[in-house]
Design a protein around this ligand. Structure first.
Ligand code: ASP
Length: 329
């Protein structure tokens, strides 16, 4: 379990008395070291995270809902080609971008998800439409997009999602025959708490390079990669999705917080350690109803950022970048 001791040190956001609203986002995990990233990649990812924080905090600082904030932040990351979601998503074995997303409202536990869409510009917004405008939780493929068209969700030509870098990653994977959950991670996600004390979570991804057979990971599975419950916490995950599904990661963290009164930090670290025990790697962002939260990951780095009322934004990539934790509530 490499680097688990360091990386699992979970940051706590702030004390509830200080924070009315809070937002934590991620742009995926992986072999993110200073040696692996070029300065341009480092910069592009930090800028992308900063823009997403701005979009989400603009909602929250004006008294908006956590649900609107997570959607706003994730849409920015979907539009940013640096991240593996929306534009810039990884390619499947057949050379397609197949996008998955989910969103959940902790206030009502309403949830929506889509899997395997390839024309929807912002899959998180389609997931929200599924939640609000259909009697279902999850729609897939062409059916999901037909539903989206009926509800005016923006579509683009599938070529919109293509970037040369992701295409080359697929060519490399095809040459080596690899289907490895670790080849490329870069899912995006957000968790937020609004001034009324409600929480929400959203996740969006292109999945894993060279995926086949309509493979769907944890991101759009409610309870695996995404979950929010005002009685517990909000979670968005990234990493080797099959393991997060098997562990029911996001729901288990929330259940531990709600039923066992486990702290946010311990719940996230315990579940991440369980995943590592099975052979999976990845990370989670978590936010509690009191506004405390942060991240936990078992990889050398995680694109991550947070901001809360009264605190300056913090953006980090590498495991050793975390600032000193603030006081635990
Ligand atoms: N968890 C995502 C999936 O398995 C991939 C990722 O986080 O990069 O589809």
């Amino acid at each position: 379990m490499r680097a688990i001791g360091i990386a699992l040190g979970m940051m706590l956001m702030t004390s509830p008395a200080q924070a009315r609203w809070a937002l934590v986002i991620h742009g995926g995990v992986g072999e993110l070291t200073r040696a692996a990233l070029t300065p341009a990649q480092d910069k592009a990812h930090r800028e992308g995270l900063a823009h997403a924080l701005d979009a989400g905090s603009a909602v929250l600082s004006h008294g908006g809902a956590a649900l609107d904030a997570v959607e706003a932040a994730v849409r920015v990351l979907e539009d940013d080609p640096a991240f593996n979601a929306g534009r810039g998503a990884v390619f499947s074995h057949e050379g397609k971008n197949e996008l998955d997303a989910a969103i959940m409202d902790g206030r009502t536990r309403a949830a929506g998800a889509v899997a395997g869409v390839n024309r929807t510009r912002n899959p998180v917004t389609l997931a929200r439409a599924v939640m609000e405008k259909s009697p279902h939780v999850m729609l897939t493929g062409t059916g999901a997009e037909e539903f989206g068209r009926e509800h005016g969700i923006e579509e683009v030509d599938p070529g919109y999602f293509r970037t040369e870098e992701r295409w080359q990653e697929l060519q490399k994977a095809l040459r080596s025959g690899a289907f490895d959950g670790r080849t490329h991670m870069g899912t995006v996600g957000a968790v937020a708490r609004d001034a009324r004390g409600h929480i929400a979570a959203a996740t969006s991804t292109g999945g894993i390079t060279n995926k086949r057979w309509g493979r769907v990971g944890d991101s759009p599975i409610i309870g695996a990669g995404t979950y929010a419950d005002d009685r517990g916490c909000a979670v968005s995950a990234t990493g080797s999705g099959e393991y997060f599904i098997r562990v029911g990661a996001a729901h288990e963290i929330c259940a531990r917080v709600r039923l066992l009164n486990t702290s946010i930090r311990d719940a996230a670290n315990l579940v991440n350690a369980d995943i590592a025990q099975l052979g999976g790697t990845g990370g989670l962002i978590v936010l509690g109803r009191a506004g405390s939260g942060g991240w936990s990951f078992t990889t050398p780095g995680m694109y991550r950022a947070r901001v809360s009322e009264g605190h300056a934004p913090e953006i980090a990539i590498y495991a050793d970048e975390d600032p000193h934790p603030r006081a635990e509530p």
